[in-house]
Design a protein around this ligand. Structure first.
Ligand SMILES: *Cc1c(COP(=O)(O)O)cnc(C)c1O
Length: 206
């Protein structure tokens, strides 16, 4: 789909994260030339060479959206401005500590798992609420929102319901951002109050 068209059709507070995993840097350059600034990568090893190749495009904001292993935190903190995939208190604390050491201040989203899904990481709402005070006390990060991924088994109505739950939870925690919705369900996510939709296939399909 045409990016500019899509962007113009969205409510003003909904931003498009272009998920560029699996795409060469030439494709990223192409979208940057159409005004796209925010790009998401899910694997550090794949992302680093591309970040290097695109160093001249310093307007790009890199978002990390994949499962974040403990031993990759420093490199991610150094290279990415936003991390959508914080899935434990321990990880949040580590990110904050390392951000302090590196003189960085990443924006964080807590990944929440609101339905059983063996393939996805994330907080259930109970453990998020229980650990919330600890997260708020972290000194070197800004916690801006929640991220969620709908299990593939859900139909569109169920996705809409799930996304609304994520929005309500974010509101309860006084968080502005909800990163939810991908190529198959971004319209439901926008309806439910997403502020970031994460689109790969839709934007990069030839
Ligand atoms: C790959 C990926 C996306 C984009 O998926 P598409 O269906 O290609 O739009 C969004 N979010 C996460 C976390 C991903 O890993």
């Amino acid at each position: 789909m045409d990016l500019i068209h899509l962007r113009n059709s969205l409510p003003q507070d909904v931003k498009v994260l272009a998920v560029s995993k699996g795409q060469p840097s030439s494709q990223i350059r192409e979208l940057v030339s159409q005004g796209q600034i925010d790009f998401g990568e899910s694997r550090l090893q794949e992302a680093l060479p591309k970040l290097n190749e695109l160093e001249d495009l310093n307007q790009i904001r890199w978002h990390f959206i994949g499962s974040l292993q403990t031993n990759k935190v420093r490199q991610v903190v150094k290279a990415f401005e936003v991390i959508h995939s914080i899935d434990s208190i321990k990880l949040a604390k580590r990110v904050s500590r390392i951000a302090g050491e590196e003189g960085k201040r990443p924006k964080l989203m807590a990944q929440v798992k609101l339905r059983e899904d063996p393939q996805k990481f994330g907080f259930d709402s109970e453990s998020l609420l229980k650990g919330w005070d600890e997260i708020l006390q972290l000194s070197d990060v800004d916690v801006i929102g929640l991220m969620t991924i709908a299990p593939i088994s859900l139909d569109m109505d169920e996705r809409r319901t799930l996304f609304k739950e994520c929005r309500l939870l974010a509101d309860k925690l006084q968080l502005k951002d909800c990163s939810m919705g991908m190529t198959g369900d971004w319209e439901q996510a926008v309806e439910a109050g997403a502020t970031w939709i994460r689109l790969g296939t839709l934007l990069f399909r030839p």
